[in-house]
Each structure stands twice: as C-alpha cells, then as structure tokens.
Design a protein around this ligand. Structure first.
Ligand SMILES: Cc1cc2nc3c(=O)[nH]c(=O)nc-3n(C[C@H](O)[C@H](O)[C@H](O)COP(=O)(O)OP(=O)(O)OC[C@H]3O[C@@H](n4cnc5c(N)ncnc54)[C@H](O)[C@@H]3O)c2cc1C
Length: 395
C-alpha cells in the first residue's frame, strides 16, 4: 500500500493540513491518507467551559468520519512504528503503509499514571480534570456541589496543551464560589510546578493583579506527585528543595503530566526529549526532508494550542508542496500562539504572542484587560471558526 501523503493523526493539525492540501489541487484527491483509530473528533478548547457548566460536553464532539475532508482516505488504524529511512509506517495491526511524504500530527500524550494514585481516583472524591472528555463534567459537579473548604488547582512541570487552561478553570470556580456566597468559607490555591503565572509579561502582570484581588494563594515549584482521593490528600514535590508537601483538599482540579506520544519517543523522528523534531520556522524534519510535523507532538517551542496550529498549517502545506516541486521552503512560522484566558463567567483576557513572548494582538485595543466581548469570542465565535473554517481548510 502506498500514498503520496500519509498524515498520522486526524485531530486539529491532521485534519487542517489535509483539508488545505486537498483544496490546493485536485491531483491530491485519493492520494492523501489520514491514519487515526479514533471514532470521535473533539473541539478541546471548550472543555474548560464544560467544566464550568457553561457548555454541554456533547457540543464538543463529532464523529471523526464527519471531519474527514472530501478526497482524503481515512484508515481507522493507529500507528505503532515509523521507518523513515525506508519511507513507511507500520500500524498496530502490522500493516505497512508506504509514503512519499509524511505529516505527523499525533497530539500530546496525557500521562495520568505518572501521578501516583490518580488513575484510581480521577472523576471521584472531588478529584477532577478538564483534560479529558470523560471527566470534564466531573469538574462541574465538584464546583456546583462545593460547600466551602479548600479548592486546589494544579499544573505540572511538563509541557502541556494550552498552558493557560489550568488557571482558567480556577478563576471560573472562584467566581462561582463568590456568587454562591461561599468565598469567605473557601481557600483557593494554585499549586503549580511552574515558576511564574504566565510566560508573557504583559499578561502575567494582568493575571498577578487578578490573583491578588481575588485572594487566590499561589504555590509555585509545587509539582503534584501523589494523590489519595479517599483521604482527600494531595502530595507535591517542591522542585527546589525536593521536599514533599501534603495538602488537604475538598476539591482538586488536576492537570496531569504530559509528554510526546510513546510511539514518537521511540522512533528515529524524535529529538532527545522525545518530541517530533522539526525546524521551528519551516516545520520540516531536520534529518528526513520528506517528513513534516505540526501541533502538540512537535518540539517547536511554542505554546501548544489549536491557535498555533491555525498559523502552522498554511506554512506546512506550502512547504510540503514546495518540497514536492524541489522549491525552497519558507521560514514562515514565527511561534504565534494564543491563549484565551477566561478570568471569570463573562470575562476574558486574550493573550496572543510569538516565540519571543512578544504580544501579537489581533484587536485594536489592550487585550490584557478583561472583556465580555472576548468571552463571547471564545464561547460562540471560535467554535464556528474551528468547525466551519479551520477544519475545512478555509482559515
Ligand atoms: C482543557 C483544554 C483547553 C484548551 N484550550 C485551548 C484554547 O483555549 N485555545 C486553543 O487554541 N487550544 C486549546 N487547547 C489545546 C488544543 O485543543 C490542542 O492544542 C490541539 O487540539 C492540538 O492539536 P493536535 O492535532 O496536535 O492534537 P489533537 O487534536 O489532540 O489530535 C491528535 C490526534 O492524533 C491521534 N493519534 C494519537 N496517537 C495516534 C497513533 N498512534 N496513530 C494515529 N493517530 C494517533 C489521536 O487519536 C488524535 O485524533 C485546549 C486543550 C484542552 C485539553
């Protein structure tokens, strides 16, 4: 079996690339295969609002078959192995699929098991997470049933998708507790393995003020390593002193550690840390010129978001076509990413920035201010942009 272009992963990056490629030329019809065993495709950015009770989780899910672009072939198989020296991949069922060009868009792996006790208790005992379609509703259950006490919101010390998401749900929960008259009986803690609230100074300043105004405790260098749901106890490792710090919780929103998918880590396509190696401006693999990568699985040092993929996809597709025609590649991706930081019900700070953490704002106003209009953009406009624009290869 042989295709001109094999795309590994039919999530945000894989579908966007396939759709743009197929729009470029009819000659690609029947020549592009998407390999993904998933039955469903998710619009993950709305899981934050599922966890806050603002959006029904079903609106974030569609059949994978419904997002496969016309002209692409979907093979419902997961990849187990890459053989880039010989230009083929091997599926978990052992099928060899040959390619002329390979695009890797396999997303990030969520390592639930790396926090001791987490797989046993997630979704129960007030231990919740927005990082899965299955558990996002448990976050809402915990928030609306909270009776006061300690609510902890964690962030790991690994790269994660949407670096702002650990704190978005915290601001929403804090807002909910305040409106429910529970705030004076509640302690809200941001316990993070990171060192600062946000990487871009302009937005970090705004968020630090919000944290202070709302009386949220921040504990940086605190990496969650163990959790006992029944005892309501979370154990953190302090990353400077290596001491173990125990905290009681009444509810805890956990953002688990994440890493490159294992099948990428063990392949010749990985860098020393296991991520898919790409040139951060062209998205081409530095050793295998017929291999490109996009999205969360790559080592492009940008914030891992769908918004980053929206800017990566046109660069990747132009460069893929240039490579096919022996033309020079464009260094067209400069690290753009965006993080719509929800800071409460109806309030949002829209962070947009590049590789150098310089703001790259879209709107002609100061986006570090909380706005209702930007909340509506996130909740109502961006999902339409995603389903009807990005995934159709139109924007
Ligand atoms: C709670 C949360 C909030 C977020 N908020 C935002 C936000 O506000 N704004 C924003 O822009 N982004 C946000 N994101 C991030 C955004 O959803 C991701 O960055 C984006 O979906 C990444 O796209 P991807 O194509 O790299 O991976 P995914 O969309 O995750 O797709 C990966 C695909 O690869 C497939 N795959 C995996 N392994 C294999 C294999 N072995 N073989 C074949 N296929 C495989 C999977 O089945 C999946 O379909 C958020 C994410 C979460 C979880």
């Amino acid at each position: 079996m042989r295709y001109k272009v094999v795309i590994v992963g039919g999530g945000t990056g894989g579908i966007t690339v396939a759709a743009r490629l197929l729009r470029k030329s009819k000659a690609f019809h029947g020549q592009v295969v998407i390999l993904d065993a998933a039955e469903k495709h998710y619009y993950q950015p709305l899981w934050t609002l599922v966890g806050a009770g603002e959006v029904k989780r079903e609106t974030t899910e569609r059949d994978e078959s419904s997002v496969i672009p016309d002209g692409a072939v979907w093979r419902k198989e997961a990849i187990a192995e890459f053989q880039p020296e010989e230009n083929y991949v091997v599926t978990e069922a052992g099928t060899k699929i040959r390619y002329e060009y390979l695009v890797v868009a396999a997303g990030i792996q969520i390592d639930w098991g790396k926090v001791k006790g987490l797989p046993e208790t997630i979704g129960k005992n007030g231990v919740v997470s927005n990082y899965s379609y299955d558990y996002a509703e448990s976050t809402w259950d915990a928030i609306r049933n909270f009776k006061g006490g300690t609510a902890i919101f964690t962030a790991p010390n690994t790269p994660i998708k949407c670096g702002g998401a650990p704190q978005k749900i915290m601001y929403l929960a804090e807002d909910y507790f305040r409106k429910a008259g529970l705030r004076d009986r509640s302690k809200v803690v941001f316990a993070s393995g990171g060192t600062i609230i946000f990487g871009v100074k302009k937005y970090a300043n705004a968020l630090s003020n919000i944290v202070q105004e709302r009386d949220i405790d921040t504990e940086f260098f605190h990496n969650l390593v163990e959790i006992d749901g029944e005892k309501h106890e979370a154990v953190f490792e302090h990353l400077k002193t290596h001491e173990r710090v125990s905290m009681h919780f009444d509810m805890i929103h956990v953002v688990p550690p994440m890493s490159a998918p294992d099948f990428i880590k063990r392949s010749a396509l990985a860098d020393a840390n296991g991520w898919l190696d790409v040139n951060k401006h062209t998205l081409q693999h530095p050793k295998f010129a017929n291999v490109f990568g996009i999205g969360d699985c790559t080592n492009a040092p940008t914030a891992k978001t769908g918004a980053a993929i929206r800017k990566q996809a046109p660069v990747l597709v132009d460069n893929l076509v240039a490579a096919m025609n022996n033309k020079p590649l464009q260094e067209g991706y400069h690290g753009y990413s965006s993080c719509p930081l929800i800071t409460g019900y109806g309030r949002l700070v829209l962070a947009e920035f590049d590789y150098d953490n310089n703001p790259q704002e879209t709107f002609p106003f100061d986006q570090s201010k909380e706005r209702f209009s930007m909340y509506l953009l996130k909740k109502e406009v961006l999902p339409v942009v995603y389903w009807d624009g990005m995934l159709k290869g139109l924007m």
